[in-house]
Design a protein around this ligand. Structure first.
Ligand SMILES: *Cc1c(COP(=O)(O)O)cnc(C)c1O
Length: 361
């Protein structure tokens, strides 16, 4: 990316030599991503990240298809980029049905089908949940909706680059992804838009990105994203195996050393790097401060909502009480973590939880 800033600083829309050079490295990154997803290069629309991609898919598809109906179906434990895009549409007169997950953190194809009405134009269900890691049956949901002629968007920010996804098998019309969730730079993402799927731009201006997302491209960000994708290509299963080993080590350590803990969400069908645990009688945010003091970065809920201090809508949606939700911590592991780090975290948790429980009682 530093090389891009130094040597490819021209505007990729410029028709001069340096502009053409910049345009070429954007198209190399696009080809890398299209190849990872088994799709056409033209179907990849670069955006400023997962949030913009979700907004574009939901608001853009709703606006472009409102003549066919004004009803949308989503789940109640989506990321706020999806939920608040739906809320924005409700203010514009659209109707939204929020389908609840079960206590294990899953949404079934049948529960989505039940929510469909004659005026449903769009369904949005995430590929994996960002707080509890559960993987949802989006392949089945997409297949079912295709047969009904209803557009389908999936927020794949937690899975793209971590699970192999082929758009030949996943019949979604729109798919959101973000660069910084796979070790790429922040502020870059894309929306996959299937050829022929009707969508209106939400950012208006020039003709960049196939007329769907105006604005001069973030060339260093896009190239960094392409590099992050290339670095993971073909290694999805390898990473998953290593990361789930570390996750299981963390879980076993917690279970062995700390009483009264509960895992939130199913451990089956779950992203390898996610562990979300409730520590009974502990205030999660206090535990986070103790962990931070030891150099351990964990989270309650989604980091985007840290400022709000409200109990996680995801944990509430799978049936936790306010108190249980507030006592929960989310750990995210990657292939760059080690067993030594996991053991260090277990020790820190053991001390932190017993300290907080003692001062309370
Ligand atoms: C992080 C995340 C987003 C937002 O992506 P940004 O690139 O940070 O805007 C959207 N959806 C899910 C599921 C996420 O985990």
């Amino acid at each position: 990316m530093i090389g891009v800033i130094e040597n490819f600083y021209a505007n990729p829309s410029g028709s001069h030599g340096p502009g053409i050079k910049a345009k070429r490295i954007v198209s190399i990154a696009r080809a890398e991503i299209a190849s990872a997803l088994d799709c056409y290069e033209k179907e990849i629309i670069f955006t400023s990240g997962g949030t913009e991609s979700d907004n574009m898919a939901i608001i853009g598809a709703a606006l472009a298809n409102s003549d066919r109906g004004r009803h949308i179906v989503t789940s109640s434990f989506e990321h706020h980029a999806v939920l608040n895009s739906c809320k924005a549409l409700e203010k514009m007169g659209f109707r939204v049905t929020y389908v609840s997950p079960n206590s294990q953190g899953f949404i079934t194809k049948e529960s989505i089908e039940k929510a469909i009405r004659p005026d449903t134009i769009l369904v949005s269900v995430m590929h994996a949940n960002n707080e509890i890691g559960t993987i949802l049956p989006v392949y089945d949901i997409a297949e079912s909706l295709k047969a009904k002629g209803i557009l389908f968007h999936t927020d794949a920010v937690c899975t793209f680059g971590k699970l192999k996804i082929s758009m030949k098998e996943l019949k979604a019309d729109f798919l959101s992804a973000s660069s910084h969730k796979i070790n790429g730079p922040k502020g870059t993402g894309f929306l996959y838009v299937r050829r022929g799927a009707e969508i209106a731009p939400i950012i208006n201006g020039g003709s960049q990105e196939n007329n769907l997302r105006a604005g001069t491209e973030n060339v260093p960000g896009i190239v960094g994203f392409g590099g992050a994708v290339a670095a993971r290509k073909g290694k999805e299963d390898l990473n998953t195996e290593k990361v789930s080993g570390l996750r299981n080590l963390l879980l076993e350590g917690i279970m062995k050393e700390i009483p009264d803990v509960k895992v939130n969400g199913s451990l089956e069908n779950r992203m390898a790097g996610n562990l979300n645990v409730a520590f009974k009688g502990v205030v999660g945010t206090s535990l986070l401060i103790l962990l931070d003091g030891k150099g351990i970065c964990a989270s309650t809920g989604a980091s985007c909502n840290q400022a709000k201090q409200e109990p996680s809508h995801v944990l509430k949606a799978i049936g936790l009480s306010d108190e249980e939700a507030a006592s929960s911590i989310r750990f995210s592991l990657s292939e760059y973590n080690s067993e030594e780090e996991v053991r260090y975290v277990v020790d820190a948790l053991k001390d932190g939880v017993s300290y907080l429980r003692n001062i309370r009682s």
